[in-house]
Design a protein around this ligand. Structure first.
Ligand SMILES: [Zn+2]
Ligand SMILES: [Zn+2]
Length: 225
């Protein structure tokens, strides 16, 4: 049975003592969740040279691949890293300031023939993040955690689940949906195959249809605004 990426929701979790991490939660259709604590930075212990660009942390992507390779959900990890690479920018995050919130990426997956992904239950998100962070920090209760977990808006593109339309993707000239491909909607409301728009945005950070500027979102913007 084929499973595919259905959706992503982003949260900010305000815990100062775990400032160098993000959390990835992947919810599978079986009800199973995989939760991984990840380092969001390429921490070198010293300040970057002026003008150098950290780009996307390789260790972050390696961790994504490594974590989900073993699951029996073959191409999910590629879909996730494509999404992250084209939507987020990690530059200037080599050194994370103290009291930086944790970023929570909650990816939902579903079987190809299922219609939709469930709504997030914020309590279970808070609980999952808490149990992941609790390794070093055991002072927070679930009630406290709930007040510290805030949904944030989707970045440059959004995963559109179960999209059906008669138009063609202007980048490859093919229709929707191809069975194991997901569809992305840009902030300017244009639809493309996920792989087509991800590759395009890496080279040219603007919408192929309306030319609106679509740069990857700097992680700092999400964390500190
Ligand atoms: Zn396409
Ligand atoms: Zn557009």
């Amino acid at each position: 049975m084929k499973s595919r990426l259905g959706n992503l929701r982003l949260y900010k979790f305000d815990v100062a003592s775990e400032s160098d991490v993000g959390v990835i939660i992947i919810t599978y259709p079986s009800g199973l969740s995989v939760i991984e604590k990840i380092q969001l930075t390429r921490y070198t212990g010293r300040r970057r040279r002026r003008g150098s660009k950290a780009g996307l942390s390789k260790s972050f992507l390696d961790k994504v691949h490594w974590s989900f390779m073993e699951q029996q959900y073959s191409n999910i990890d590629n879909q996730i890293s494509d999404y992250i690479v084209s939507n987020f920018c990690f530059k200037d995050l080599d050194i994370v300031p103290p009291a930086c919130p944790v970023l929570v990426f909650h990816f939902h997956t579903r079987f190809s023939e299922q219609d939709h992904v469930p709504e997030d239950n914020i309590t279970s998100i808070a609980r999952a993040v808490l149990s992941t962070l609790r390794v070093r920090d055991s002072v927070l209760s679930v009630e406290d955690a709930l007040t510290k977990c805030v949904p944030i808006a989707p970045p440059t593109t959004e995963i559109v689940d179960c999209y059906q339309g008669s138009e063609l993707c202007c980048l490859c000239g093919k229709g929707y949906p191809k069975e194991d491909e997901i569809v992305h909607k840009t902030r300017c409301n244009h639809i493309f195959h996920a792989t087509c728009i991800s590759r395009y945005l890496l080279r040219t950070p603007q919408c192929p249809i309306c030319s609106v500027h679509l740069p990857p979102v700097d992680i700092r913007t999400l964390l500190f605004s």
